[in-house]
Design a protein around this ligand. Structure first.
Ligand SMILES: Nc1ncnc2c1ncn2[C@@H]1O[C@H](COP(=O)(O)OP(=O)(O)OP(=O)(O)O)[C@@H](O)[C@H]1O
Length: 244
């Protein structure tokens, strides 16, 4: 059951349906994402997480339903600067330094050199500012990509599996950075297929086969299923759904 949309919602989706390649990929999705929080979008590979994120940032053609972002229709011109999107494959230029990559994206939004410094510091890459993209590790590339999105000072950040392929220490570092961004008043929507990452989130959106199984907090997921591990809780929720 989804709470009714309010002005405190960063994202409000009603009855969203999406087809890709002739196949129904999202089915009757309704959800809300409150402002100033971290929402985890979790589900197995192929469950529709990227398609849902594309619908939110306005790069996906939708079949029916409504997607409102920061009070406007998804993809509206006015949202360009207000919404940052980091895709699954970190997209930075290998032949530019980290600072030049951020400056390049910043220039699209009229960002100053101070904004570039702030974005570098926010992702902890100050000491790598002069390193070229080609010289970065996987985790550093992800953080450089995140800085390119942050330089526009977006209110909402949509991050598609930012921790995939990172070791546990780097993952923990990145989640700390996400927490700091939320404390500054931003809203984060972060997808993952690793259930233990759900622990870091204020609320969870659990997806399976193009449907939203549940919108709840980690504590509610545990109490609803009687499971202490979030991995087991998700599996129990799926079985409960199948038995209905
Ligand atoms: N370009 C495309 N054309 C047709 N179907 C697609 C396309 N991209 C994805 N799909 C299908 O849409 C469904 C949802 O894919 P999506 O990438 O949204 O899932 P996901 O949960 O993000 O998966 P992953 O965790 O593996 O990234 C899958 O069945 C996939 O095969």
């Amino acid at each position: 059951m989804t709470a009714p949309a309010t002005t405190t919602d960063a994202i409000a989706i009603e009855h969203l349906e999406v087809r890709r390649g002739g196949q129904q990929v999202l089915r009757d999705i309704s959800l809300t994402v409150p402002r100033g929080s971290i929402t985890g979008l979790l589900g197995p590979s192929g469950s529709g997480k990227t398609t849902l994120m594309r619908s939110i940032v306005g790069t996906q053609i939708i079949e029916s339903g409504s997607v409102r972002v920061l009070g406007e229709e998804a993809g509206s011109r006015g949202l360009r600067r207000r919404v940052g999107y980091v895709t699954q494959a970190p997209s930075i230029y290998d032949d530019l330094t980290v600072a030049d990559n951020i400056s390049y994206f910043g220039a699209l939004y009229g960002a100053s050199s101070a904004d570039v410094e702030t974005a570098l510091a926010a992702v902890g890459l100050g000491s790598h500012a002069r390193h070229r993209g080609s010289e970065l590790s996987g985790g550093q590339r992800t953080r450089a990509s995140l800085a390119c999105a942050l330089v526009a000072d977006p209110e909402l950040l949509v991050l598609d599996e930012p921790t995939v392929g990172l070791d546990p220490v780097l993952r923990a570092d990145l989640w700390e950075q996400f927490d700091a961004l939320v404390k500054q008043g931003r809203t984060l929507l972060v997808s993952s297929h690793v259930m233990d990452e759900a622990e870091h989130c204020d609320q969870l959106l659990l997806m399976r086969e193009g449907r939203l199984l549940a919108q709840l907090t980690p504590a509610e997921l545990r109490s609803d299923t009687g499971e202490s591990s979030l991995e087991n809780a998700f599996l129990t929720l799926i079985r409960m759904g199948e038995e209905l």
